[in-house]
Write a new protein. Sequence first.
Length: 255
Amino acid sequence: MARNTPRLPDSHPSGAKPPTLDPRHTPKHVAIVMDGNGRWAKARGLQRTEGHTRGEGALFDVIQGAIEIGVRYLSVFAFSTENWRRSPEEVRWLLGFNRRVIHDRRDSLNEMGVKVLWAGRAPKLWQSVIKELKAAEELSKDNDTLTFQFCMNYGGRAEIVDAVQRIAQDVEQGKLHPSRISEKTFRKYLYQPEIPDVDLFIRSSGELRLSNFQLWESAYAEFVFSNKLWPDFDRRDLWAAIENYAARERRYGSV
């Protein structure tokens, strides 16, 4: 249980309220690719970094909207294993930016009962970023209103490869027999195995691809692609995507 009674999320400036949905039709786990920050800034004659700065507000609003509508797990793609290919200047800025976001927002998230978890690779990632992530995890470890998975230096293929390596090590050490490896067993070797599969996968900016995010977890996810650039996205767009999801029939391969 949360250490204290969580405070309620701030209301949206428009006064908008979440739609009333049957809890059975509300996605338990929502994953989001927050795309379009650079294009948002370019369209306004601003530096790319300004788009990311505006995107921070969009993220915090979406987190509050997720709490309001009853989402239990929210995963966001903050920095990918492929983002290292960007210019050294932009990589440095992004790492410093994410470090600040984690530091500045963790108290507010904790007050709302949000549990923060980090998913990603430690190698190459700044130790100062890892320190902030671990501090946020420790601060919020007893919270249970919403689990917020911050995917930093993350890649879906990297997660699968890392899981396979750990499985191979356990097989080599005699801790696991190959015949006992199943999908259930494999899940235990993912970065955050306690987080359930993705129900709803959202990507902003109009791009129609996964970009190596939550590949294993999204096997049966429903997808919603929004044309809005991430800095213009808010909880109302999240709710619209969830209403879209609620109207679908999920069959998992059955009739």
